[in-house]
Unconditional design. Structure first.
Length: 164
């Protein structure tokens, strides 16, 4: 009986492995396909430009704090985001002598009420799980997961229920 089960399961495992490995076998990953599109080409050019390199360097400067989810000291430099921004609620901050966009998301929740009390030159502590970049912005975008001012928590992102 065990041999029959193994004989039936082995081909299933083999076939599913080939199905999932097929993009790798061809050498065409989704990322490589995207990089060949006009948007991908523009993004790669931006990454190599002085503006893109500045954003990448700023991201690298805080990478360890992001990875370890540790405190980063920041100073609020502006209460508004760059013109044309579509990041929702956010402020500009200076961390380790570099400027960053601190983004919290869409402004529909009351959980952002205390953040509206921030002022320019406020010293805050930030924790984040992510930093991103986009050619539209001249600054790295830090996801605001936790903000503290004067030892009091102003904002803490509530994790989503049910996984990611």
């Amino acid at each position: 009986m065990k041999k029959i089960i193994y004989v039936l399961i082995f081909p299933l495992v083999l076939v599913s492995g080939l199905v999932f490995a097929s993009p790798e076998i061809k050498g065409e990953t989704p990322l490589k396909k995207w990089e060949a599109t006009p948007d991908g080409i523009l993004f790669k050019k931006w990454e190599a430009s002085p503006a893109g390199l500045k954003v990448i360097a700023g991201s690298a400067k805080i990478r360890k704090s992001i990875r370890d989810y540790t405190n980063m000291e920041a100073v609020v430099t502006s209460l508004s985001l760059p013109t044309g921004s579509r990041l929702g609620l956010g402020v500009m901050v200076k961390i380790k002598d570099d400027d960053y966009i601190l983004s919290f998301g869409i402004e529909s929740n009351k959980e952002f009420e205390q953040l509206r009390n921030l002022k320019v030159n406020d010293k805050i502590i930030i924790k984040s799980h992510g930093v991103s970049k986009a050619p539209k912005y001249a600054y790295p975008i830090v996801a605001g997961d936790y903000v503290e001012r004067d030892g009091k928590i102003m904002y803490k992102r509530v994790p989503r229920k049910g996984g990611c």
